[in-house]
Design a protein around this ligand. Structure first.
Ligand code: M6R
Length: 615
């Protein structure tokens, strides 16, 4: 949830850390802080409520020299976002400084014991408890920092990615992880640390991803970090090469990452299909499925687990898999699934969908499913993240780093992967006719060009957005494949514009929500061609009869809805099962422009962070 960056080498650490924090800011932006050791071996901590920019302002008059340091950008869990709760946290004697991502669940018990031993606490965070515990262990055992960290981590319950600096020790950073990602970048005579690779990629493409319960001793003058588990087993890691490049982390002329990512979708979807759907549109192969064909052919049921936008993609996956593979599918919120003692069988396939691959609830749900003997398949974007490393097989969405907090290109890539899963499996099972199979593949290859056409409507959608900024509520309606799109459109609007919005299956309106409709209420109807088109036409009529203001997403040439709706956005025709890939695009743009018009911070909406690595 928070962002961690570290540096040790021969350059000035401060600019590297600040730049790294800017790249990580999407992970949390309640407060920011930095710890540096200068040439005199003094350890200084500077931290402030607010954004990285505020930290830069705050540190202007301070000593920011030194070529070793750690820095943090926070999304508050324990304790409100303020200067004191910001990381790094000092230990009692100010000889240690620590940054932390995660939650120490038994912090209250440890804090009580430390209070009894005379320790005092400045903040209300669990993190301060950890740094105090390390100092206490170090002084009572008269041991080195590494041993103290190791002993302390054996006492804590919970999730952590940490980095620790020690006054008088300018040659070493101690870092450790459990259930929160941590990456070490290996340069020439220098090391970098990041909660993901984004602050590292500018300097090196050689990285090591720490595994759970591993501690790294990152020492000046060494060529590789030393890695040991908390139970003292030495580990050797293969150095990996980053696939990411710097331009993917920059806005590239767009005013926001979200807009850039919306416009990237034709390209990201081509990448997603590349090497999987052949150009003749006669076959799609997902190796993650083919390599475990027997498991998939035997499957009696598929469970899909995910959160937020990924859960919406999962609902589309349900429709696709049931339609083409005739296997029953259930879609669950990971957070509910993990705590409700679900029935899981060894003949179940569990598909875990996650952009980040780090969402705590989805990760826990994956563990539960594996323990119960199910075969678990990951659909993730971030290569090497925890979910792909903890699943039996899977497919990456290959859409590049998604920085905007509101998920856009990751959603369409997830839907694309789920479409390919459904088609691969249906073809293997023989539940789809060759003609239909090839027809869908042919249409799938046309999707990127059709999205280009929708993106060309950006100005029209911007104008439309300016009409609706007055609204405090929105309703999004859809049926069949368009229902999950309605949910996703409403979520996009909520999270970046702070306008209340609800997605509904259109026919459910008359069971209650229709009472909300008056001449002020905007209703976004996702009404592109589908088998029950006339049903959504009558739903729109019901709304118009109550004077609701309808914005309809329609297929090109639909004169019937055009004559009824107040505003229409026409999108290219496609097959119904692929329609979500097109109909979500105008909704992303609508939410974006409404939020911009309302002067919202689109890439860093209030209270949110990109990946939710805590419960
Ligand atoms: O990384 P994940 O896909 O597991 O994240 C799940 C949700 O936190 C995420 O989709 C969230 O809902 C987005 N902010 C939606 O735009």
């Amino acid at each position: 949830m928070c962002g961690i960056v570290g540096y040790i080498g021969n350059r000035d650490a401060y600019p590297i850390l600040i730049k790294g924090l800017h790249r990580l800011e999407y992970r949390g932006y309640d407060s920011a802080g930095i710890a540096l050791i200068n040439k005199e071996n003094e350890l200084s901590v500077y931290k402030t409520k607010g954004r990285v920019q505020d930290l830069e302002e705050f540190s202007k008059s301070k000593d920011i020299t030194g070529n070793i340091g750690i820095a943090h950008t926070r999304w508050a869990t324990h304790g409100e976002p303020n200067n004191v709760n910001a990381h790094p946290h000092y230990s009692q004697s100010e000889s240690l400084a620590l940054i932390h991502n995660g939650i120490i669940e038994n912090y209250a018990v440890i804090k009580k014991e430390l209070l009894q031993k005379g320790y005092t606490f400045q903040s209300s965070t669990d993190t301060e408890v950890l740094v105090q515990l390390i100092e206490y262990i170090k002084s009572t055992n008269q041991c080195d920092l590494f041993t103290a960290v190791q002993l302390a981590l054996n006492q804590v319950v919970g999730a952590y990615a940490i980095a620790v600096l020690e006054r008088g020790n300018p040659n070493c950073i101690i870092a450790a992880r459990k259930s929160s990602p941590l990456v070490i970048g290996i340069g020439d005579d220098e090391f970098f640390l990041g909660s993901d690779a984004s602050p590292i990629v500018e300097y090196t493409n050689k990285v090591i991803y720490l595994d759970d319960e591993e501690i790294a001793i990152i020492e000046r003058g060494k060529t590789e970090p030393k890695i040991v588990t908390i139970s003292n087993v030495q580990k050797t890691h293969k150095i990996k090469e980053l696939e990411m490049n710097l331009s993917q982390l920059e806005k590239g002329g767009f005013s926001h990452f979200m807009l850039k990512e919306i416009f990237e979708q034709p390209e990201t979807l081509k990448n997603c299909m590349s090497g999987r759907v052949n150009q003749e549109a006669t076959n799609v192969i997902l190796s993650g499925i083919i390599d475990h064909k027997e498991k998939f052919l035997e499957a009696k049921r598929i469970l899909i687990i995910a959160c937020g936008t990924s859960w919406h993609a999962g609902l589309i996956g349900e429709y696709l898999i049931e339609e083409f593979c005739r296997i029953p599918v259930e879609v669950e919120y990971s957070s509910e699934f993990r705590y409700r003692n679900p029935v899981i069988n060894s003949t179940d396939i569990v598909i875990a969908i996650s952009q980040s691959g780090e969402t705590a609830d989805t990760l826990a749900a994956v563990e539960l499913a594996r323990k119960a003997g199910a075969f678990v398949y990951g659909v993730c974007n971030v290569v090497g993240s925890s979910i792909p490393r903890n699943t039996d097989s899977g497919s990456y969405t290959h859409c590049g780093p998604e920085i905007g907090v509101a998920s856009t290109k990751a959603f369409t890539a997830q839907v694309m992967v789920l479409t390919m899963i459904a088609l691969t499996l249906a073809n293997q099972k023989g539940t789809i006719k060759q003609e239909e199979y090839e027809g869908i593949l042919k249409e799938l290859l046309l999707i990127p060009n059709k999205i280009e056409k929708i993106l060309a409507l950006n100005e029209q959608i911007k104008q439309l957005a300016s009409i609706f900024t007055y609204a405090h509520n929105f309703i999004y309606l859809g049926r069949g494949f368009s229902y999950p799109v309605a949910l996703e459109g409403a979520l996009k609007l909520k999270e970046i514009s702070y306008i209340h919005a609800e997605g509904y299956p259109a026919a459910e309106m008359k069971h209650g929500p229709i009472a909300l409709i008056d001449n002020e209420m905007p209703i976004v109807a996702i009404a592109s061609d589908n088998a029950i088109h006339e049903k959504i036409v009558s739903n729109i009529q019901e709304i118009k009869a109550r004077k609701g203001r309808v914005i309809a997403i329609i297929s090109e040439g639909d004169t019937e809805i055009k004559s009824m709706a107040d505003h229409c956005i026409e999108i290219p025709k496609t097959k119904e099962c692929l329609s979500p890939l097109l109909s979500c695009i105008p909704l992303q743009l609508l939410a974006y422009h409404i939020a911009v018009t309302k002067n919202r911070d689109v890439d860093m909406p209030r209270n949110l962070a990109k990946s939710v690595t805590v419960e």
